[in-house]
Design a protein around this ligand. Structure first.
Ligand code: F6R
Length: 622
């Protein structure tokens, strides 16, 4: 969601690397989070200058051209995804606060007590220009500054009186060398440079300048100058144990690398991504998950697993259910994270909650994690982003290692999430003695073949690309599957909806006759994901019957099947072949043609594949 950048350093005089340029470069790297306005504040010759525009970064750049923002040592900047008030110039951040507009603040999150604060501040003579909750924070920090004359202390006092979720960054014209930030329930990370320091809502904001980062904990205030980073908590106590780490992501990994879109690039990176998720997990025949910090006796005692996640991550969770129940015989539920805590779920100390999130910042999932821990459950996070909030607030974390995912639509992280779910399932089976070591080794052996098989699917993408181009004017597509083919169908439909804006539905194929088959008319495209004919034969034949059912009613059947599965040929208008693997592991292969289909179709329609309308990469509000 909103992107935040802060900079304090000596670059004042260097052309195209002034604080304003550093801020704009950071915003460009955060564009993938989704936004509808952008702005920047600098302190120039002792005066605060704020420039902000609705729309894309190009509008902001245009407004800055020929501007006087040439000197000064600090900048803060923001890309906004509208919540309170529409995406206008006035509602864009930074917001100026104070009686003379002497402070600028950017904010990510939602301030829940803003209405009361606004009334109180207006009564105290502060004027509001925007409809946002954030402007109240700007005035609040400014009012505290009037009293204490120190920006860090002013921020600390203001932050302690705010309710809700926020990352705040502030610059004040009386403190021209520093940026002060605070966070609660919203991401913030510090980049440590040589004689310069950075702030970002994630490391992408500064990864091309430094790889050294510092985690900022919950309810903390950080003051950043060119050669100093100081952290205190909301009580004013100095924080000396902030965790420093080195960012593994390469700045080049965040570039498009010759593809039309980040999404296309990320789809084509999936063989390496899954290989990286699986890398180094097997040692002397035994599975080793080194981020797993829960006592084995606790894992042996659990009697239920609840997977919490949203969107694509929830579809990965649905695959996990098939694997974990089959291997570990533990009842496993998959719950959309935003529904979880509101239905008063049965969670005990014997429940293991698995939170799946690419970003590690999805607020709905974070709230589910907190609720589960309050009930005494242990939580394992499956996340891609190191240092993000969900793994930090969980009992253990298993990282995906798939590298940065920039496109809003998740692809390589989905495969990484499924692979991580398999690892977790096998680890639980090993710990609880549900599978013998040789069975685990055989399963791991087959899993390790998957990256090569993914590459084979990617190498034959031309057929699906042509199909997508030919179908660019369709208005509705259905997706059917059974077993792990069902979440694959859901994921195929989600991808098509979100980036190509085409009506799409994913169904469990067996559900068809209970209603959805009424949708099928002459020419209706229906993708069907067919399980291996070699695994569970009755499962395979049931799906082949489903293909016949829809075809008999005029559907155009687009069948994804295992190489050599001739049983589908009489009923398929088009067959997309994938290599043979275990029924469970096919979820890592059969979804790829569906990802390629959506990406290519949206590209053929001339849509913004990486930043689809109304969507944000990291959804940090509930
Ligand atoms: C769809 C998509 C979203 C995310 C969901 C959860 O392509 O990307 O549905 O999967 O918002 O995000 P994370 O995994 O960051 O928690």
């Amino acid at each position: 969601m909103c992107g935040i950048v802060g900079y304090a350093g000596p670059r004042a005089q260097a052309p195209s690397s002034r604080p304003v340029d550093v801020a704009l470069q950071g915003l460009a790297r955060l564009e993938y989070r989704g936004y509808d306005s952008a702005g920047v504040a600098v302190i120039d010759d002792g005066s605060l200058r704020v420039t902000k525009r609705a729309g894309k970064l190009a509008n902001l750049r245009e407004a800055l051209e020929g501007g006087a923002e040439t000197t000064g040592q600090v900048s803060i900047a923001h890309t906004r995804w509208a919540t309170h008030g529409g995406p206008t110039d006035v509602n864009a951040h930074p917001h100026q606060g104070g009686r003379q507009g002497e402070i600028a603040v950017v904010h990510n999150g939602i301030i829940e007590n803003f209405a009361g604060l606004r009334a109180e501040l207006e009564a105290d003579g502060f004027s509001f220009l925007s409809e946002t909750d954030s402007e109240a924070a700007a005035h609040l920090v400014a009012r505290e500054m009037e009293g204490v004359g120190d920006l860090t202390e002013a921020m600390r006092r203001a932050a302690a009186s705010l309710e809700g979720a926020f990352t705040l960054l502030a610059v004040h014209q009386d403190a021209p060398d520093t940026v002060v930030a605070a966070r609660r329930n919203s991401p913030l990370v510090v980049g440590l440079g040589e004689g310069e320091n950075f702030l970002g809502s994630d490391v992408a904001a500064f990864v091309d300048s430094t790889k050294e980062a510092l985690e900022i904990g919950q309810d903390q205030v950080v003051t950043v100058a060119a050669d100093e980073v100081r952290i205190i908590d909301f009580d004013g106590t100095e924080v000396t144990d902030a965790k420093r780490y080195t960012i593994e992501w390469d700045a080049a990994a965040a570039q498009k690398g010759g593809y039309d879109s980040f999404m296309a690039k990320e789809i084509h990176e999936q063989a390496g991504a899954v290989a990286d998720t699986l890398l180094g997990r097997l040692e002397n025949g035994s599975l080793k998950l080194d981020e797993m910090d829960i006592d084995p006796s606790v894992l042996r005692s659990i009697d239920k697993i609840v997977v919490v996640a949203c969107g694509t991550a929830a579809n990965a969770g649905a695959v996990a259910k098939y694997a974990i129940e089959h291997w570990c015989r533990i009842p496993t539920e998959v719950e959309l994270a935003h529904e979880f805590r509101y239905r008063d779920p049965v969670v005990t100390e014997k429940t293991l909650v698995v939170a799946i999130s690419q970003s590690g910042e999805t607020m709905d999932t974070l709230m589910a994690v907190r609720h589960a821990r309050e009930q005494g459950a242990k939580v394992i996070a499956l996340c891609n982003t190191r240092g993000s909030t969900i793994p930090r607030e969980s009992d253990a974390a298993l990282y995906l290692h798939v590298g940065p995912e920039i496109a809003v639509a998740s692809t390589k992280a989905y495969l990484g999430q499924i692979a991580a779910c398999y690892l977790l399932g096998l680890f639980l089976a090993q710990t609880r003695g549900n599978l013998y070591p040789d069975e685990i080794a055989a399963l791991m052996g087959d899993l390790e073949q998957i990256p090569d098989q993914i590459q084979q699917v990617l190498d034959s993408s031309a057929q699906v690309e042509k199909l997508a181009q030919d179908m660019k004017d369709v208005s509705s597509v259905l997706f059917l599957g059974r077993h792990v083919g069902y979440p694959t169908a859901m994921e195929g439909a989600l991808k098509l909806k979100e980036i190509a804006y085409i009506h799409a539905e994913g169904f469990a194929a067996g559900e068809l006759k209970h209603g959805p088959i009424a949708l099928v008319e002459e020419g209706q495209p229906v993708f069907v994901i067919v399980p291996s004919p070699n695994g569970r034969h009755s499962l395979h034949s049931k799906v082949v019957s489903n293909i016949q059912e829809v075809r008999a009613r005029g559907a155009r059947t687009l069948v994804i099947a295992e190489e050599g599965d001739e049983a589908v040929l009489p009923y398929a208008d088009e067959v997309i072949w994938v290599p043979a693997t275990r029924t469970l592991f096919a979820a890592l292969l059969t979804v790829i043609p569906l990802q390629i289909f959506s990406c290519e179709l949206a590209t053929a329609k001339g849509l913004d594949v990486d930043q689809p309308r109304n969507l944000a990469k990291s959804v940090t509000v509930e």
